[in-house]
Design a protein around this ligand. Structure first.
Ligand code: SF4
Length: 687
């Protein structure tokens, strides 16, 4: 029996583990460890172990579908392309919008933003980074001039003190959790701040159970204690930063004394003091965070506070230090790098700088969309729902806003207002069901390409099998559709490598990369500006990326979430993932070995709150917010703090995002998924 082993990169979380796809009779049948891969050294979490199971699911899309009289009918590619081109030509300009994808390759994201700007002439291009780490991009770019994770994953093991805040690392990025455990084995102190005592928290040396949305208060208090005790890094502050005094003035206020912050956060005063001491004195402290920090109306404030703390203690640019903003999806970093964002071209080159627009026009050989910031995902949904006619035509690749976005009734209203919707995906998702045309795409196992992990490592995908039926790789669909639109010259690519070579030409941080250089398992970390540059695992070693090389402190006052508990809605709802499922479940729920473990959603509630409401473990309850209600099973557990409840957001049958709030951070436009007011009701006669 002949087996083939094809090395590739995991399509789930942003860790970027490598594995071999096992191929038999030209079909992917399993996953095997790839020991030489430096990210995971042959180890995988459950999702990686079963990353082959959805690939040949029986309901993969295999032919283009066109909606006729409210029903999808199969069509030829020619028929689908003609219909799309006819409509796209009608809606060129700002009446159209494109959503790219954190799941597909760099090459395909690059092509979608090029298609939006060069073919559709619209500035409205964005993707779901807006929903997870837009505040990281804005916050870290503001502080350091670069909006990405500052360290490598392996480097976490060198830390002497790790603060994990707003990240259930062991379940969401398990192979990064492994590096945390390696640091702990060498004596590092682990501090965990989160409203839930998760699998990650259970391994910590100190657990700070704070209320969702009180991050800035906690971080300001740490800074006050560090300054009062003289644990700040005076030399680093003096030589490498500016505006420190402005931050000092804020954090030294009595508002941020341990006694006050204990009241705001719900964390015992003595534990806040211990955490500040461990962190301030270690000399080599790292911070890991994820969406618990970013998904707030104060997401940018939270990120900038983290940057303030690391500049105050000089914990940047050295092994074992830094800010590890853990990216959720496999290629969310890459989709941002490729310019699938409303405000930048690839490499974060601003659309409002005329020279950048000219650079792209020269490279692409055509006029492109006006150099202005387009609609973000969140603003696009608002426009569709509340200003019908502003945007009439939407092209979505590999995204599922009908489950992933906040306030789903509002999203549905927007979807129904679209005059012409094209969805390109591997399954008929909740969003695809609203489409006029659905295009069947190839998945990660069926095409070559690259993706960029959370540590800025650009890694290869390698084709292991053919796509099912007539499905095609997204990059090929763009090339063919561009031809029907009259833009064949702009999309001349014969392979993903051709696309990558263009990316390297127009994107300075990828400028020295090529498929040949990425062939090795180590691949390359950006920035890698020239062909002889070794890549950059640690950022900001000598200076920050601002023109003057200095890091910028920003004074931040704590603000509560947009919606706080009251008499009618007395609890706080926070949402997240579980280890077995991923995002909107499109792939994991078609993976039998994963789906079996957590086949539906639940709401976690503290025993005291449950008792007061007469709710028993496993009982069905009604969860109600100002935006809607769902029925869901209760899990009564002391692992969540009193006053707060938690739901995973993967499950369409009890969709947590019917309940969440779409209030936005004012600069990053990220919604506040992580805190809103909620009421739970016992359902009469429920079991
Ligand atoms: Fe895949 Fe992330 Fe698990 Fe690694 S940690 S195997 S990248 S899901």
């Amino acid at each position: 029996m002949e087996f083939k082993y094809v090395p590739t990169t995991c399509p789930y979380c942003g860790t970027g583990c490598g594995f071999n796809l096992v191929v038999k009779d030209k079909k992917v049948v399993g996953v095997q460890p790839w020991h030489r891969n430096p990210v995971n050294e042959g180890k995988l979490c459950p999702k990686g172990n079963y990353a082959h199971e959805f690939v040949n699911a029986p309901d993969r899309l295999t032919k283009p579908l066109i909606k006729k009289d409210g029903k999808f009918v199969e069509a030829s590619w020619d028929e689908a392309y003609k219909l799309i081109a006819e409509n796209f030509k009608k809606y060129q300009g700002e009446q159209s919008a494109c959503l790219a994808s954190a799941r597909v390759s760099n090459e395909e994201n690059y092509l979608m933003q090029k298609f939006a700007r060069a073919v559709m002439k619209t500035p409205n291009i964005d993707h779901c980074a807006r929903l997870c780490h837009a505040s990281t991009v804005v916050g870290l770019a503001g502080a350091f001039g670069s909006g990405a994770m500052t360290q490598s994953i392996a480097d976490i093991a060198e830390s002497k003190c790790i603060l994990i805040i707003g990240s259930n690392t062991f379940e969401q990025h398990p192979l990064i959790g492994r590096r945390v455990m390696q640091a702990k084995a060498k004596g590092a102190k682990i501090i965990y701040a989160d409203p839930r005592l998760t699998a990650t928290g259970k391994q910590a040396d100190l657990y700070l159970p704070f209320y969702s949305g009180t991050d800035v208060a906690l971080l300001n208090c740490f800074m006050q204690l560090i300054l009062k005790n003289g644990w700040e890094n005076k030399e680093f502050i003096a030589k490498r930063t500016k505006d420190f005094e402005k931050v000092k003035e804020i954090v030294m206020k009595d508002t941020y004394s341990p006694a006050n912050v204990a009241k705001i956060t719900g964390v015992p005063e003595k534990d806040i003091i211990t955490a500040a001491e461990w962190f301030g004195k270690s000399g080599q402290s790292a911070i890991l965070y994820s969406m618990g920090i970013t998904q707030h109306t104060t997401g940018v404030d939270n990120v900038k506070s983290i940057a303030n703390l690391q500049m105050l203690t000089g914990n940047l640019g050295r092994p074992g230090t830094g800010i590890c903003a853990l990216r959720g999806q496999n290629n969310v970093q890459g989709a941002c790098d490729m310019g699938a964002l409303a405000n930048v071209y690839s490499g974060y080159q601003s659309v409002i700088v005329p020279e950048m627009k000219k650079k792209m026009e020269d490279a692409w050989g055509c006029q492109i969309a006006e150099g202005k910031v387009g609609l973000t995902v969140t603003k696009l949904i608002n426009a569709l729902a509340d200003e019908p006619g502003k945007v009439k035509c939407v092209y979505i690749m590999g995204e599922n806003p009908m489950l992933s976005d906040p306030d789903l009734h509002h999203v549905e209203k927007g979807m129904k207002n679209i005059e012409f919707l094209v969805v390109q995906d591997i399954f008929l998702t909740e969003t695809a069901q609203f489409a006029n045309v659905v295009l069947p795409a190839a998945c990660y196992a069926e095409k070559d390409g690259t993706q960029t992990s959370t540590e800025r490592r650009v890694q290869r995908w390698r084709k292991a099998q053919d796509p099912p039926g007539e499905a095609k790789p997204d990059w090929q669909i763009f090339c063919e559709l561009a031809k029907y639109m009259g833009f064949e010259k702009q999309f001349p690519y014969k392979s993903p490598e051709d696309v990558f070579n263009e990316i390297a030409k127009v994107t300075p941080s990828y400028g020295g990369m090529s498929y040949a250089r990425l062939e090795k398992p180590e691949a390359l970390h950006w920035p890698c500006p020239t062909a002889d540059h070794p890549g950059t695992p640690i950022l900001h070693k000598e200076k920050f990326a601002h023109p003057d090389g200095l890091g910028i402190f920003t004074p931040i006052e704590w603000k509560p979430p947009a919606e706080v508990p009251d008499k009618e809605y007395p609890l706080i709802l926070t949402t997240g993932r579980c280890i077995w499922q991923w995002h909107t479940g499109t792939m994991t729920r078609r993976s039998p070995d994963l789906e079996r473990e957590e086949p539906t959603g639940w709401v976690e509630i503290n025993p005291e709150d449950a008792k007061a409401l007469g709710i028993k473990d496993k009982e069905r309850v009604k969860a109600i917010t100002r935006r809607g209600s769902i029925e869901i099973g209760a899990r009564v557990t002391a692992n969540i703090r009193k006053g707060e409840v938690f739901m995973p957001f993967h499950y369409v049958e009890c969709a947590a995002n019917i309940l969440t709030n779409n209030a936005l951070d004012p600069t990053a436009a990220i919604p506040e998924f992580k805190a809103c007011a909620i009421r739970l009701e016992k359902i009469a006669g429920a079991k």
